[in-house]
Design a protein. Structure first.
Length: 364
């Protein structure tokens, strides 16, 4: 059952950046039957197939006619069951057991594949897990090269790009930017350290092994989940609805709709000349704007309106450029209100946030 808040496709003044475009994105490869027949002969592998982004990449690849291998550390785990229900899964999806630290398992999964989407990574600030992200990425690149894979798409993160306290507020954040490793380490942002190192490792190893590499750099990615479990970036939204977050930071973040992030992965794979990094940044919002949008859509949830450190001036939204992806043909969804609405409905349907009807407000 979902809540009955009506979503209307209007844009609020909270959208701090980005151009309005229609919701339909284009791909470079014509979506005709001969292209589909071609794709049916193409086998690709997605690491971390059961996760939030991985599942959606698998779904899109199947819809576009590819044969897909998905890897998971435990394919039989209930958390991966949703993959078998995807359209085309019966005929064209197989799941393989692989750990990014086990090169033999990776080589077996990549055998015969034209492309690999390396999505798997711990999404965690646990310093112990850094080697899984970094060594794991080196292993994936080398296993792919060993098995004659043509193209590798690596999922980096804007944690590898934006964490730099010395960056001028006027800097345009794009593919040339890197986080400050020492700053990330000192502030305990080991996830950002790991993704930075993994991004650099992927680039170095791919160049050394002569493997074609395109890197997608998603920001905070939100949207409806296919999997049952709650992933980190959707938890980021859920904790405000749960009321567990009592104050919000005076901070700006960049967001993207999951469907844009998935389209970006497919686009850079299918554009045979696409190489290097592609930032997939949709909308920069101060946290107060994000919460105002959420409150407008779901006024009965206990969403905090208290800002931590509100004695300081409001942090200004970053400037950024997502032109490289636009040049490949990606039209960003660019409607955070709709994305947030659909995210919350999904969180309710999967039982991650309580369903609060208007007259339940007083019982909180
Ligand atoms: N969501 C975001 O906002 C966001 C933003 C920027 C970048 N990213 C990147 O996007 C990727 C996917 O993130 P997500 O949000 O979809 O997270 P998620 O739902 O937690 O998925 C992470 C996946 O990584 C796999 N994994 C973890 N450790 C592994 C290991 N040792 N060997 C093999 N697989 C392992 C997990 O697979 P199993 O546990 O099933 O084996 C899981 O499928 C990550 O690389 C993340 O850094 C995400």
């Amino acid at each position: 059952m979902s809540l009955h808040y009506k979503y209307t496709a209007t844009h609020k003044d909270c959208l701090c950046s980005g151009k309005r475009t229609n919701l339909v994105s284009q791909y470079s490869m014509a979506n005709n039957s001969s292209a589909e027949k071609q794709r049916a002969r193409v086998l690709v592998c997605v690491t971390g197939a059961g996760g939030f982004i991985g599942s959606r990449v698998v779904k899109e690849l199947l819809l576009r006619g590819y044969r897909v291998r998905g890897t998971a550390r435990d394919p039989a785990d209930r958390k991966n069951v949703h993959l078998q229900t995807l359209e085309g899964a019966n005929e064209r999806l197989s799941l393989h057991r692989a750990d990014v630290l086990d090169c033999d398992s990776l080589r077996a999964a990549f055998d015969g594949c034209h492309g690999v989407f390396h999505v798997a990574s711990p999404v965690s600030n646990d310093v112990e897990l850094m080697p899984v992200a970094v060594k794991g990425t080196r292993n994936v690149v080398n296993a792919a090269a060993d098995m004659g894979v043509h193209r590798l798409v690596f999922t980096s993160s804007y944690g590898a790009v934006h964490m730099n306290p010395n960056r001028s507020p006027d800097t345009v954040l794009d593919e040339t930017c890197w986080s400050d490793y020492e700053f990330c380490k000192q502030t305990g942002n080991y996830y950002c350290c790991a993704k930075m190192m993994a991004d650099k490792a992927a680039t170095e190893e791919a160049a050394r092994r002569g493997l074609q590499l395109a890197v997608v750099v998603p920001p905070m990615t939100i949207g409806p989940m296919l999997q049952r479990s709650l992933n980190g970036s959707n938890y980021y939204v859920a904790r405000y609805l749960m009321g567990t977050k009592k104050a919000y930071p005076n901070a700006v973040a960049i967001y993207a709709d999951i469907r844009d992030v998935v389209r970006a992965h497919l686009l850079v794979y299918e554009h045979h000349r696409a190489r290097g990094r592609y930032v997939c940044f949709g909308t920069a919002l101060h946290r107060s704007c994000l919460l105002r949008l959420l409150r407008g859509l779901f006024p009965h949830y206990p969403i905090t309106s208290k800002c931590e450190g509100n004695d300081k001036p409001m942090v200004r939204p970053y400037r950024f450029s997502n032109q490289r992806l636009k040049d490949l043909g990606l039209e960003f969804t660019d409607d955070m209100r709709k994305t947030l609405y659909e995210t919350v409905i999904c969180l309710q349907q999967k039982g991650h946030v309580r369903l609060i009807m208007p007259n339940q407000h007083s019982s909180l």
